[in-house]
Design a protein around this ligand. Sequence first.
Ligand code: NAP
Length: 485
Amino acid sequence: MTKTSSVVEQVKKQLFIGGSWRDAEGGATLEVDNPATGGELTRVADGSVADGDAALTAAADAQAEWARSAPRDRSEILRAAYELIVERTDVFAELMTLEMGKPLAESRGEVAYGAEFFRWFAEEAVRVSGRYSTAPNGATRLMTMKQPVGPTLMITPWNFPLAMGTRKIGPAVAAGCTMVVKPAAETPLSMLYLAQVMEEAGLPAGVLNVVTTSRSGEVMEPLIRDPRARKLTFTGSTPVGRTLIEQSAQQVLRVSMELGGNAPFIVFDDADIDAAVDGAMLAKMRNIGEACTAANRFFVHADVAAEFSEKFAARMAGLTVGDGLVDGVDVGPLINAKAVDKVTGLVADATDRGAKVVTGGGKREGSGFFFTPTVITGLPGDAAMAREEIFGPVAAIQTFTDESDVIQRANDTEYGLVGYFFTRDYARVLRVSEALEYGMVGVNQGVVSNPAAPFGGVKASGFGREGGFEGIEEYLETKYVGLAL
Ligand code: NAP
């Protein structure tokens, strides 16, 4: 047995419902591929509508008892799961690289990041509190209490197969909610292995249910319309988010949406250019460019554009593309052939409009879904990649000369997840941070994700926050009790 198959062998490929592992209705399975080869990796259960319903039944049945459990017990389950994930970093990382493609070092980074949400919310579980106050007229007392929202539906994307799950499961467990999780069809293995770990950590049956399926819309819509579900939390693309918001309207379901981005990355003329290049490498190339937080539009002051572009292009050209399991590889494959076609089309559109490819520019021939790290200069503002998420290793540079003009251009998008800028002027730091219409801002750094901070967007990037003190609030209701004296 090769090392790789032994890792895949460790994952249970069934549905996890009510504390039991079971086949999908009729024994159906779906194929999971390795994007580095394009070949089949394994198969997992392909859940049906009835399987989805069984999962929600299990979550609804477990809710009342779980809500009554001691916060310390929930905290300790999360802490135990955190320790197990850290202990099994290598298994999680290899699974993630196999199903999603990112290089092993990045997968290890995601395991650490994903596990940290459990440690953070283990600490938050015992800090939930309400308040008690005197009404302004002095006659009555006002009491508020926090209670779990209830059974929660969670839909997660393929690009961060573990962390996008732990960011939801951690606060839900801490708050006392049960859940049905539907991971992306491309990357079910990390989530199935996480369910095994949570079972081992002592999570009671029915609290976490995992349904893998190739028919996400068909299986999830009846659950979203089912009154037993009390919340929907989704991380994924804005078009799918819009559909789910519409479906949620019927039950007036509580909804959190972590959707797409179109991040501006601004380099002012007083920036430390080397630091800006380091930040650009992270903001663009983390996760092969397949991140909602990926820098999508580079705006560089005309006076420093040549220096920045030259240094950035040299770093991009020096990256090694290949199978993420191989030592020394910096850039893995994109998720599938469709993603390669999309990025290829965006580059063609940019060059048709007069932009210039400085390095890279195309897919790599052979098996697997590889795309060469690419830098483009002279991007016209009406190019498709200035409006749409690129979701690949392509950086396109535009120039500017005026601060208010670049802010206006940076905000000129329907998205509002994250914006980055580099400057040494602290008055500008505050001015630009206030002016950017984004849920998060990175100043002189190319990564903002941090389990202790509230992650989330505005505008078409969604609503709700994950992580930080705010993260658990998404899974709590505030109840007010009026007390007569
Ligand atoms: P996606 O196509 O929207 O899919 C996300 C999830 O939704 C998957 O589990 C998918 O299942 C499921 N899904 C698709 N259609 C559905 C439907 N009609 N009903 C119910 N579920 C449905 O997004 P993706 O391509 O996986 O992920 C990339 C997107 O996620 C990008 O836009 C990225 O910016 C965004 N993202 C946002 C954040 C954030 O925090 N803001 C973080 C990471 C990613 P199947 O895979 O089985 O179709």
